[in-house]
Design a binder for this molecule. Structure first.
Ligand code: NAD
Length: 475
């Protein structure tokens, strides 16, 4: 098989081309990586129709049988992981080692969801009757994923949807569909035809899916703005919804940490995946007593980090994934400069360079109401903010419509735990960040999401409860 050509959609167990194609660009070189099919509405209808037809058979396949196929899929992905990681780097831009990590994560999620059992609750067991509540699949799931972790976030939908007995039509981002299309080709013969479908297309395809009467649930990861549109569109046939949306995560650094020890940890919390991470720290609150020391150590560390083409082994941070996002970041940096914010490092973009590269940029204590503090930049630019009172910093961290994750950094775990309890957010990490596992529930508070991914709670989102009550024969 060719990993760098012949990209086709998986519909009803067949690899399908289309009448038109989308160009996919390598963000480091601005060269074309490949062409993805542009799914038309008839092809989407076909995918949904076949998924509906396949549903009863897949639903009635015992859990052990479905799990075995998910484990086969994990093994198959692992066998092709190296070539897929190269493809992922060339379409997404991330360093190859991180692309390999994303592939390992995808296999781990498939295996873990295969191992997770759906609980049955016995409500009543008396001489007259037995009543229990179990969890049955919903039907056809539409999965929609973003461009920052194109494989992992797609598998976060495929694995639980199939494990619970649903069929799925998955749509990756139009900026990064290629690796998921190849994964469709690789997994083609594992699941019965129609159970797993992968379609790619332009801006019309997502709205067609959310409005499609044959889709029973949408599982969406992307921006909060799009999430609102998805929710409105899904109302027509009351689709079930899981929405994982944007974030403006605060890191809170207490005065008892060592600046040199904390600097690399804070750096990666803010800049991993070039800051294109829903759970990146996007505001770093540092206690006045250590602010200058931490700021200096962060800048020192930032100077040691290499930005470049993710395919080159020395690269730590890749480019911005796509031109529109690159241009949004340039406009934001220009605005920060115009407002007189002080850059401790970065803040100047070489616009003549090939590739969508933005330097690591750290801003010194801008006003709390500035755009760089209030909004999600989704790139390698972060403000450092001073505080001297715990109640004040908690209030500032909470003063956001977003509530995805926060991190607290301190040698005093009890105090950090107390702060965590007061934070309005779905996840809090203490002295680490971005630790995600298949069996940890991950959910957005406020406008960062609706519903849960991962953990048993995440698996249950792909089911509806069914209470079955049996009246026993009377003696
Ligand atoms: P986006 O919202 O622009 O697009 C996400 C997906 O939705 C893409 O596949 C896109 O084609 C599709 N889409 C666009 N408009 C649609 C519509 N009207 N109806 C249905 N689908 C539509 O997001 P993005 O730019 O790809 O990703 C970045 C955003 O995603 C950031 O805000 C980030 O914080 C968020 N994100 C959240 C999580 C999380 O788990 N909470 C994870 C990763 C990214």
């Amino acid at each position: 098989m060719h990993y760098d050509a012949d990209f086709r959609m998986l519909i009803n167990g067949s690899l399908v081309a289309s009448a038109s194609w989308i160009e996919i660009i390598n963000p480091a070189t601005e060269q074309i990586v490949g062409h993805a099919p542009d799914c038309n509405s008839d092809q989407l209808d076909e995918a949904v129709r076949h998924a509906r037809r396949a549903f009863p058979l897949w639903r009635d396949t015992p859990h052990a049988g479905r799990s075995a196929l998910l484990r086969d899929a994990a093994e198959r992905l692992t066998a092709h992981a190296e070539q897929l990681a190269h493809l992922l780097t060339s379409e997404q831009g991330k360093p190859l080692n991180q692309a390999r990590g994303e592939m390992r994560g995808a296999a781990l999620w498939l295996r873990s969801m295969a191992d997770m059992a759906l609980p049955i609750t016995v409500n009543e067991d008396t001489a007259e009757r037995r009543s229990e509540t179990r969890h049955v699949p919903i039907g056809v799931v539409g999965g929609i994923s973003p461009w920052n972790f194109p494989v992992l976030l797609s598998i976060w939908k495929i694995a639980p949807a199939l494990a619970a007995g649903n069929c799925i039509v998955l749509k990756p981002s139009p900026f990064t569909p290629l690796t998921m299309l190849k994964i469709g080709e690789i997994l083609d013969d594992i699941f019965p035809a129609g159970v797993l479908n992968i379609v790619s297309g332009g801006d019309a395809l997502g709205p067609w899916m959310t409005a499609h009467p044959g889709i029973d649930k949408i599982s969406f990861t992307g921006s909060t703005v799009t999430g609102r549109r998805v929710m409105a569109s899904a109302a027509d046939n009351l689709k079930r919804l899981t929405l994982e949306l944007g974030g403006n995560d605060a890191a809170i650094v207490l005065p008892d940490v060592d600046p040199h020890d904390i600097a690399p940890k804070l750096f990666w919390t803010a800049f991993r995946n070039t800051g294109q991470f829903c759970i990146a720290a996007k505001r770093i609150y540092i206690h006045d007593d250590i602010y200058d020391g931490v700021a200096a150590a962060l800048v020192d560390y930032a100077r040691s980090v290499k930005i470049g083409n993710g395919a080159e082994p020395a690269t730590d941070l890749g480019p911005i994934q796509n031109r529109p996002q690159y241009q949004r970041l340039i406009a934001l940096i220009d605005e920060c400069q115009a407002q007189g914010h002080r850059f401790l490092i970065g803040g100047k973009v070489d616009r003549d360079q090939t590739g969508f590269f933005i330097p690591v940029s750290i801003i010194d204590n801008p006003p709390e109401d500035s755009r760089i503090v209030q909004e999600e930049p989704f790139g390698p630019i972060v403000p450092l903010l001073r505080y001297d009172d715990i109640d004040d910093v908690i209030a500032r961290a909470n003063a956001s419509p977003y509530g995805l994750a926060r991190s607290v950094w301190s040698g005093d775990t009890d105090q950090a735990l107390d702060i965590a309890r007061r934070l309005e957010t779905g996840t809090v990490w203490i002295n680490e960040a971005q630790h995600l596992m298949p069996y940890h529930a991950f959910a957005g508070h406020k406008q960062s999401g609706f519903g849960v991914e991962n953990g048993l709670a995440g698996l249950l989102e792909y089911t509806v409860p069914q209470t079955v009550t049996v009246r026993k024969a009377m003696a």
